[in-house]
Each structure stands twice: as structure tokens, then as C-alpha cells.
Design a protein around this ligand. Structure first.
Ligand code: NDP
Length: 246
């Protein structure tokens, strides 16, 4: 589905990002991953890429730092002949009720989750416009649609990604570039692990599908939006949430 395409994925070291990289490599893409730490699967990713005749490149990047993003983009644009797909996946939480929330909890979450996506979209827009093709996928969240007590910073960052997605989609649609968002519900990753088994079971009860989601289920949706199979879809927010936002 992605044979010969070049993709940038932020946060591929674990969880949803790791599942996205796995599928992209299986489908024949050249993948650049931006994360701070080396993921457990990076060695295996390099092997898969070799077998598939593609490439896997990890660029150690802290996406909360503008200078890191600039450097990573320079490296990618120097080596890749095109940039076809950008997935803004990396994200963090710093939960707390608003009266207890520190300035840095707000700033860190907005900078990592939202400002980085703006910087990367801006950084590759010119290349995609020249190509007259490209697909950008921003990983938002159901809380960016519904809000969530104790997550005003995180929800604002995820709602911001939806605004970024729709505005950019309108700016670049005529140039053949599509911009969409995926809003995952409750997915089993290290981000949600810290809630504990009991809280997770209680949450699963209020999900219409009566279960939490798997990173692979998000990855399939991202693959669809990255590929030509979604060629007439842009500016959309696709909730992958077992019915939470119905
Ligand atoms: P994880 O915590 O499992 O993984 C987060 C990823 O983001 C890691 O690869 C991490 O890499 C990367 N990352 C975090 N901060 C930075 C940074 N400053 N620079 C570079 N990379 C960074 O999270 P999930 O896989 O669960 O989440 C992935 C995305 O999906 C996030 O945007 C999250 O908000 C969203 N989401 C998740 C849901 C869930 O239920 N799990 C629900 C809704 C949305 P490293 O630490 O190596 O830098």
C-alpha cells in the first residue's frame, strides 16, 4: 500500500507509534522515526526494512525543541527524494485539576503535542506542495472532542490538533495534499498503563464495545489515511474508539 513512499513518524519508540511504523514498513515505506529514546523494536525495524528493500532511520529528536525539529528535517530533506507521509503521533500527558496545574505542565503538553505538529507540518509543507501530493495524519484523541476532567492541558492540545488539521486541510487541498486526524479512544499502551487494572476495567465498562483498543487498530486506520485508499478524504477526524464518541 505504501511501496516506495517516504514517511515521517514521531514517537515510534513504543505504543501506537511503534504499531504504525510496523505497518508502514510491512507495506513498503521508507520510514524516518523521530523520538528521544531508541525503541526496543528499532533493531527489528532495520532488519524488516532490509528484507523489504526499504529503509528505517531513527533520528534522535526531542520534538519539544524547535532546534531538534529543524535539524531532523534538514537530515530528512537531504536524504529523501520525497516526503509523502507525516504522522504527528508523539504525545505526553501531565494530568491534574486546573487549580493544581503548574505552568510547566501546561507548556510541556502544548509544546510537545501541538507546537511540534505545527513545526513539522510547516517544515514539510513546501516539499509536499512542490510534489503536489502528500498525506498528513495528526493523532488527536477523543478528549480533544469531548474534554476530560483533569486533562485541560492535554484536551486543549488535542482539540488544537483538530483545528490545525482542518485549517491546513483547507489551505492545501487544491495542491493534492490531504490532512486528517485520528482520535483514538482508550488504547492499551504505556500511556494508559499507569491507570491500573481496576480503573481500566471500569473504563472498559463505559465503552460501547466493552473493551479497550489495541495500538494495531489505530495503526490500520493511520495506514488507510496514509494510503491512496483514502484519496478523497481530507479535513476529517476519524474516531477509533469502540463507540465512545457516538
Ligand atoms: P506512549 O506514551 O506509549 O508513547 C509516546 C511516544 O511519544 C513515545 O514513542 C515517545 O518517545 C514519544 N514522545 C513523547 N515525548 C516526546 C518528545 N518530546 N520528543 C520525541 N518523542 C516524544 O503513548 P501512546 O502510544 O499511547 O500515544 C501515542 C499518541 O496517541 C499520543 O499523541 C497520545 O496522546 C495519543 N493517544 C493515545 C491514547 C491512548 O489511550 N493510549 C488515546 C488517545 C490518543 P520517547 O519517549 O522515546 O521520546
Amino acid at each position: 500500500m505504501l511501496h516506495g513512499k517516504t514517511a515521517i513518524v514521531t514517537g515510534g519508540s513504543r505504543g501506537i507509534g511503534e504499531a504504525i511504523v510496523t505497518r508502514f514498513l510491512e507495506e513498503g515505506a521508507h520510514v524516518f522515526v523521530l523520538s528521544r529514546s531508541e525503541g526496543e523494536k528499532y533493531g527489528a525495524f532495520a532488519e524488516t526494512a532490509k528484507q523489504k528493500g526499504t529503509s528505517f532511520t531513527w533520528i534522535k529528536t526531542d520534538i519539544s525543541k524547535r532546534e531538534d525539529i529543524t535539524k531532523a528535517l534538514e537530515t530528512i530533506l537531504k536524504t529523501a527524494s520525497s516526503v509523502d507521509i507525516l504522522v504527528n503521533n508523539a504525545g505526553i500527558t501531565r494530568d491534574g485539576l486546573i487549580f493544581r496545574m503548574k505552568d510547566e505542565d501546561w507548556d510541556d503538553v502544548i509544546t510537545t503535542n501541538l507546537t511540534s505538529a505545527f513545526a513539522l507540518c510547516r517544515g514539510i509543507a513546501r516539499t509536499m506542495i512542490k510534489q503536489r501530493s502528500g498525506s498528513i495524519i495528526n493523532i488527536s484523541s477523543v478528549v480533544g472532542i469531548m474534554g476530560n476532567a483533569g486533562q485541560s492541558n492535554y484536551s486543549a492540545s488535542k482539540a488544537g490538533l483538530i483545528g490545525l488539521t482542518k485549517s491546513l486541510a483547507k489551505e492545501v487541498a487544491a495542491r493534492g495534499i490531504r490532512v486528517n486526524a485520528v482520535a483514538p479512544g482508550f488504547i492499551d499502551t504505556s500511556m494508559t498503563e499507569k491507570l491500573g487494572e481496576k480503573a481500566r476495567e471500569a473504563l472498559a465498562e463505559i465503552i460501547p464495545a466493552k473493551r479497550t483498543g489495541k495500538p494495531e487498530e489505530i495503526a490500520e486506520t493511520v495506514l488507510f489515511l496514509a494510503s491512496g485508499k483514502s484519496s478523497y478524504i481530507t479535513g476529517q477526524v476519524l474516531a477509533v474508539d469502540g463507540g465512545m464518541t457516538m
